[in-house]
Design a protein around this ligand. Structure first.
Ligand code: HSE
Length: 428
């Protein structure tokens, strides 16, 4: 028997407008596959008088959220406002008035996920957020539904398209960071203020969400280590290539017994590994699971159309799920220690500018030796484009802990023969 459903949309910006149009265009087909008659009852906007290039009945546009909270006929609310305030309080009110929520809002889920999940469960409604990470690329449903019974041991992900675009440009065209950033802005990949993307904060939010779902535990994004891509120079790509690596901003979370180490930073990754081949603004998530082995999902990470695809897939899954709306809501009920980056064991690439004189290399390698750091290779080139007094010295270490590296760097930075540490890149 065909059922009737009323929905509301919160926000009619870029994403909201595109989603509205795609929804309108696909409505007959969605109604058919879900056996549901759908009515868009209200759309919340901040300015009702703004002229819009959309065919919308003016009666459904409102700037009063209470009209949505208090309308008991509305069952599903699609939140597309972004940011935490007022999205958080609006979503909470919708859930408390027994409405299921679909959202593309990663800030909201990273900050308030656990609370919203448990509120939704206790109200027997749903909260779905496929589009919050990697836009429509189906990573959230893979974790919450397909891999809900699993033992995920690690995830490694490229989940910031802007920084992946910049690094790809630097690698493929020998561009410097600032030129690649400018191009990203010109092409609309980077925002006028790109801080969240290039400093790794956007990826840290997304990693907090993915690792919470993977390990079924609450993870505070503030506890995760983050480092962006602004210190990478094009010469690092030349050394990386010589050593057999690409450089990517990876979001990595690893679980081991009671501990989770989760971090976002640039890494050198073997040139022939699948993640090294993810180029431009694409996203990719690699999951290691004990029965399945390695799974890689790749797809677009941003944009109104891919985001609308993620929203629609949540919408259809809600329409088709007639019995238990809260069944796929994560519980996040396991407990782990979130350990600090100092515990990381990794190989390290270190690029220094040093005095070009006798004894420098031996002084530096002595310090590394004192901290039990074994050197795998050293590169020093003549004729680099520097003042003749200074030379560039690159060390690749064998596996060492981050804390030993920190100790060694403290001592090395105290040497008058060392001008500066230009880059530190961990190696996967
Ligand atoms: N700014 C993000 C990115 C997309 O570059 O991947 C939105 O989360």
């Amino acid at each position: 028997m065909t059922k009737n459903i009323e929905i509301a949309i919160l926000g009619l910006g870029n994403i909201g407008s595109e989603f509205f149009e795609i929804l309108q265009n696909n409505l007959p087909e969605i109604e058919k596959v879900s056996d549901t008659k759908i009515q868009i009852s209200k759309i919340l906007v901040s300015d009702i008088n703004k002229s819009r290039n959309l065919e919308i009945d003016n009666n459904i546009i409102t700037d009063d959220p209470e009209e949505i909270f208090n309308n008991t006929n509305i069952d599903i609310v699609i939140e597309l406002m972004g940011g935490i305030n007022p999205a958080y309080s609006y979503v909470l009110k919708c859930i408390e008035s027994n409405k299921s929520v679909i959202t593309a809002n990663k800030d909201l889920i990273a900050n308030h996920g656990k609370e919203l999940f448990s509120k939704a469960k206790s109200n027997n409604v749903s909260i779905l957020f496929e589009a919050a990470v990697a836009s429509g690329t189906p990573i959230i449903s893979t974790l919450t539904r397909d891999l809900s019974y699993s033992n995920i041991t690690s995830i490694r992900a490229i989940i910031n398209g802007t920084s992946n675009f910049i690094l790809s440009e630097m690698e493929e065209k020998n561009s410097e960071f600032n030129d690649a950033l400018k191009l990203a802005k010109d092409l609309g990949y980077a925002e006028p203020d790109p801080t969240n993307d290039i400093e790794g904060f956007d990826a840290r939010y997304k990693l907090a969400i993915l690792s919470s779902l993977s390990f079924n535990t609450e993870i505070d994004f503030n506890d995760l280590y983050v480092e962006g891509i602004t210190n990478i120079d094009s010469i690092d790509f030349q050394y990386a290539k010589e050593l057999g690596y690409s450089i990517k901003l990876l979001a990595i979370a690893e679980k081991n017994e009671q501990n989770i180490l989760a971090r976002v930073h640039p890494v050198m990754i073997e040139l022939n590994s699948p993640l090294a081949k993810i180029s431009g603004a694409m996203n990719a998530v690699e999951i290691k699971e004990s029965m399945l082995g390695t799974l890689i999902i790749q797809g677009p990470g941003a944009g109104a159309s891919p985001t609308s695809s993620g929203l629609l897939s949540d919408f259809i899954s809600l329409l088709k799920n007639k019995s238990n709306l809260s069944e796929n809501i994560p519980t996040l009920n396991k407990k782990f220690n979130i350990v600090k980056i100092e515990n990381l064991e990794s190989r390290f690439y270190l690029r220094f500018i040093v005095a070009d004189q006798a004894g420098v290399l031996s002084k530096m390698s002595n310090i590394l030796g004192e901290e039990n750091i074994s050197i795998a290779s050293v590169i020093q080139k003549e004729n680099i484009n520097l003042d003749k007094k200074w030379a560039e010295l690159v060390f690749m270490t064998h596996k060492s802990t981050q804390s030993s590296i920190n100790q060694a760097l403290k001592k090395i930075n105290g040497l008058s023969i060392v001008k500066e540490l230009k880059s530190l890149i961990r190696v996967e």
